[in-house]
Design a binder for this molecule. Structure first.
Ligand code: 1GP
Length: 248
């Protein structure tokens, strides 16, 4: 396969245009079991897209299996790629986390560069999108894995967000509280400060009420754990987000 030309890269950013429309996303973990009926409900829920991704135990095989099951439905399906071994072709887009507050460069520009060096000519650049992650729940697996500096205040969070938005010009800033509902005042503050990036919020959105709060603060709300723990409440987050007026 040939590498895309520069022109293709500029003109072919369909994924970036599409993600600007997303308000609600479900995130499915290939390392967790989900029944056919639960997956059916998730894929027909009206969510804008399904993200496939997880912090640990994600393999080529379990990613391929989950993609094949989701592909029975029309919902767009994107892969959040934390390890190059799980780079499965056939997704609508590829989200690549850059953990801005990671404790080691490995998670900022290490693993990503290694993957590009190894798979450079096969990477579908026109559907690859960088995400500037700021991990804020010190107890989460992602925080432990990346050694993230989670005990930081608003000034530092805003600085990371501006780095992603203004200097790196990433299309997504992702405030990640995975497993815990975050500080919506801070989420709102970061979103209002962004100039070009979309603000994704994820963490502890377990029901419609929290979904409304998150949707008022962030551009895009990501729901993960609740799918596995309280499916009906998770499904109710779709309408709750969609009914909340989008912030500027
Ligand atoms: C995880 O941000 C997502 O990467 C969603 O968080 O699992 O807490 O919903 P939850």
């Amino acid at each position: 396969m040939q590498e895309s030309s520069g022109v293709d890269r500029v003109n072919g950013r369909a994924a970036e245009r599409q993600l600007r429309e997303w308000r609600h996303l479900f995130k499915l973990d290939p390392d967790r079991e989900i029944s056919d009926s639960a997956l059916d409900a998730v894929c027909r829920s009206g969510t804008d897209a399904v993200i496939v991704g997880g912090s640990t135990g994600v393999t080529y095989d379990n990613t391929t299996d989950l993609l094949a099951r989701i592909r029975r439905y029309e919902v767009p399906c994107v892969l959040e790629l934390s390890s190059a071994e799980a780079a499965v072709p056939g997704f609508d887009a590829y989200l690549v986390p850059i953990v801005l507050n990671a404790g080691s460069a490995e998670w900022i520009a290490g693993r990503q560069a290694e993957a590009i060096a190894a798979y450079g000519s096969m990477i579908p650049w026109d559907t690859a999108v960088g995400e500037g992650y700021i991990i804020l729940n010190g107890g989460s697996t992602a925080a432990k894995l990346t050694g993230a500096r989670t005990e930081i205040g608003e000034r530092d969070v805003l600085a990371y967000a501006r780095l992603a938005d203004r200097l790196m010009r990433l299309p997504i800033v992702y405030l990640e509280y995975s497993g815990r509902f975050g500080d919506m005042r801070l989420v709102e503050r970061v979103r209002a400060d962004l100039q070009g990036a979309r603000l994704f919020y994820g963490g502890g959105v377990t029901d419609a009420e929290r979904a409304r709060l998150a949707a008022a603060a962030a551009h895009t709300v990501v729901v993960g754990n609740a799918i596995y723990e309280r499916l009906d409440d998770a499904l109710a987050t779709v309408a709750a987000v969609k009914e909340t007026p989008a912030p500027a």
